[in-house]
Design a protein around this ligand. Sequence first.
Ligand SMILES: C=C(O[C@@H]1C=C(C(=O)O)C=C[C@H]1O)C(=O)O
Length: 450
Amino acid sequence: MNPPDGDARAVPLTDADAALVSRSRAVPDISFGSFLAAGDGHRVHWSTPEGLEVAGGGAAAKLVADGPDRFDALREDADRLFDTVDHEGPEATRPRVFGGVAFDPDHEAAGVWEGFPAAAFVLPAIQLTRADGGTHLTVNRYGPDADADGAAEALDDAAERLAELPMMRPRGEKPGVVGTEWLVGREEWTAQVAGVIDRIREGDLRKAVLSTALHVDLAEAVDIPDTLGRLRRTYPECYRFLVQPTDGEGFFGPPPERLVRREGEVVQTEALAGSTPRGDTPEADDEYARSLLESDKLQHEQRVVVDTICEQLDAFGTVGEGEQGVRKLTNIQHLRTPINAVLDGDTHVLELVEALHPTPAVGGLPLDSALETIRDTETWDRGWYASPVGWFDAAGDGEFAVGIRSGVAGGREATLFAGNGIVADSDPADEWDELQHKVRPIMDELERDE
Ligand SMILES: C=C(O[C@@H]1C=C(C(=O)O)C=C[C@H]1O)C(=O)O
């Protein structure tokens, strides 16, 4: 839905007298697809397997940063944005900024990533929140002129326009796929994997995550809200997100992996690494799960991820490793170990994000050698793939997923991403097969059913 004044421009965070005013009211439940589809300008969507769902339109304020100090710059801007907060509404509707960062701090906003800076978060001008069984409409205003009366009026206006939207948006046809091409195809990619294995055998590198992308030509223009609505049903156990800074490309997907969540002093994260397919029968499925748990190669892959995350969190508090299990998704299963920490001090979630990204599940180990290997080997631009996406608030609480099982799409084109952890005894052909599973979640929602 359009922002209240039809203006998606953000207020620069320079005015010392600026205030943030946020007003919410309960509204009848309405489909988030309907809300998102009615909007233009900056659109965001965030939902978690636990049930929080947020959709935002327009920008009351934007935080944008690049370069190696991007996390510090974001926090400084966030301190200014959240300096004076006047919020009335349930806790779930409190002002939060939604967005993420690129994989690489020196990322350039070009090609499909035009409109995506190295770090960008938005405080939606208008927002729909579904949490704790209720749906709320929120209006956020920021700037020297933001005041309670203006926000209340904008909320009335937004509620009137919301009431005119259809409660349910009939699901359209899937766009249909007319052609696909891997940016790095089978032969070249498996040769790259072999090259990475050589580097592991020769030097200090233990693991590097190598990825590629599938370019997809569509028969009709993609409808991202519609696609997210379908993914809600096919991948209920995953996060779902959308970051669409302009009317052009949107970055979206159903990632299964939490990077970090901070709520007060409690931090939750996980190690997700090591994969096998789902079986066609319960017996075959259990057999796959057993092979995950019993594989030395996959246990090694999982161990290095767990150890590294625990070491990284150790600087911030008391860390605890939970029991390893198997995370079953609709089309793939992974080894997973939950990791928790209790913070010693007041650590902003962005500090945790900066410390953890990229985890060895998407980067490698040791990190410097892994990133060098990725830079030397990958011939395409990761952009925001495999990067932190999520939200944070005035208290420094927040939650981030790892932007995998994702794609960037606009008009009749989409680019879907997939990568695998490569270790000394990886088999290049098996790794290629695994990529095919990782693009399936979105691909299944683009291809027309027979
Ligand atoms: C990098 C991706 O996935 C990561 C790599 C995995 C692996 O190598 O087994 C498993 C889960 C993810 O942490 C991806 O999906 O693109």
